[in-house]
Design a protein around this ligand. Structure first.
Ligand code: SIN
Length: 295
């Protein structure tokens, strides 16, 4: 396992000519010195990947990219996947169109419901192979608010007491698409989702396939229960583990600006999009890079 890294706020590092400036003390860095409308050389792609592995989420500013540029950028890092519920941009099945609640259009009467359903999560852990990463661009921003928070799930794991680490070392948990999307769709669609996405079992602690770091791998949107323990004990344990992502010391907060782009390592983080801008609108678009089965 990699040793924990200490990042100094002002330490900008050169990666193949790119400037990578930490944006937080735990995770996050801003990358400057490139234009994502252009094709990227392999050494630049390798530098971005290295920065992503090091910082877990990277930010780019002032990138007025087209939909084609967005797809091309995502493909530098792997194959792309769509989403079984969230709408996509017309003509671009690989680009999700996200408004407020991942597919639901906001209206006054549902704002409290959507806020209550808004939770920290790792994307698509209902899949057998949850995604490697997400690349999100702002399409329409409110004048204020709508920040996205990211948390480092390796840092959360490192801080667990040793006895708890030992206790969860070989545990697995169920992840279920219905928990999060079930209420947004009709019965026919629910059954279709159930058939296509059976409840998935993943390790509670996953090892990052590229860095070897251990990460706490449960999230409030999709994880329904921990297996192999009495029900009450499993519930209390899951509640305890899920709560830890809320600690600000594990987080970085990204304030969007027009044409900003965020690229996160979905194997190493959870994220949370704040819904504090209603009645203003916020529209973002995401390409999702396929991942591997967690181990
Ligand atoms: C997402 O969960 O992919 C969207 C995050 C955001 O809207 O900031």
């Amino acid at each position: 396992m990699n040793a924990p890294v200490t990042i100094s706020q002002d330490q900008a590092v050169d990666y193949a000519g790119l400037t990578v400036t930490p944006a937080g003390t735990v995770l996050g860095a801003e990358i400057s010195g490139l234009d994502l409308r252009e094709e990227l050389k392999p050494e630049i792609v390798a530098a971005i990947r290295a920065a992503l592995l090091r910082h877990k989420v990277v930010f780019f500013r002032d990138q007025d990219i087209s939909h084609e540029d967005h797809v091309r950028f995502g493909r530098y890092f792997g194959d792309l996947e769509g989403h079984p519920v969230t709408a996509h941009v017309p003509g671009f099945p690989e680009i999700l169109h996200i408004e407020a609640a991942d597919g639901m259009k906001l209206r006054e009467e549902i704002v409290p419901l959507v806020r209550a359903a808004n939770k920290w999560h790792t994307d698509v852990t209902f899949r057998e192979a949850p995604s490697m990463g997400g690349v999100l661009r702002a399409r329409h921003l409110p004048p204020m608010g709508g920040d996205t928070l990211f948390a480092d799930t390796a840092a959360i794991y490192r801080d667990l007491p040793q006895a708890l680490k030992d206790r969860i070392a070989n545990l697995t948990a169920e992840h279920d698409i219905i928990q999060s999307y079930g209420y947004r769709v009709d019965e026919a669609k629910r059954q279709e989702l159930r058939a296509a996405y059976p409840v998935m079992v993943h390790p509670v602690v996953r090892i990052h396939p590229e860095t070897g770091e251990k990460h706490l791998f449960v999230n409030k949107v999709f994880t329904t229960r921990i297996l192999g323990l009495p029900e009450d004990e499993a519930k209390t344990l899951l509640h305890d583990l899920l709560d830890r992502v809320k600690t600000p010391e594990y987080q970085v907060r990204f304030r969007w600006t027009p044409n900003a782009i965020v690229f996160w390592d979905n194997r190493a983080t959870q994220h949370y999009a704040t819904l504090d801008y209603w009645p203003q609108e916020r529209i973002v678009e995401r390409v999702t890079i396929k991942g591997e089965k967690p181990f």
